[in-house]
Write a protein that binds this ligand. Structure first.
Ligand SMILES: [Zn+2]
Length: 105
């Protein structure tokens, strides 16, 4: 019985993570779950990763991560595919984290 209880626990946990990512509405929620926001440029494929915390400080805690505007530094494109991922704390994995800056034109 102990084994089956553990199994249920694991399944519930991964189900919860899945729902959590899909239902993210604000940067505050993304920060609470220690997530990174990944913006991938559709025209050239370049990817930028931002800590949700950095974006929240810059764009406001109630901003939607899906509606953020990014500009590609390689091709100047603004057509971005935005996704959210859990921040990988494994020190062996290398993640380049970008800092949001405002570009005035
Ligand atoms: Zn690009």
């Amino acid at each position: 019985m102990a084994n089956s209880a553990l199994w249920v626990d694991v399944v519930l946990h991964s189900f919860h993570s899945f729902v959590m990512v899909g239902n993210l509405r604000t940067l505050a929620e993304a920060v609470r779950h220690n997530m990174v926001v990944v913006a991938a440029c559709r025209p050239c494929g370049r990817e930028g990763r931002f800590l949700a915390r950095d974006l929240a400080q810059y764009k406001g805690w109630n901003a939607s991560p899906w509606k953020l505007k990014f500009r590609c530094s390689a091709c100047d494109g603004t057509e971005m595919k935005v996704t959210c991922e859990l921040f990988d704390l494994d020190p062996r994995s290398v993640q380049v984290i970008w800092k949001p800056i405002e570009i005035k034109r």
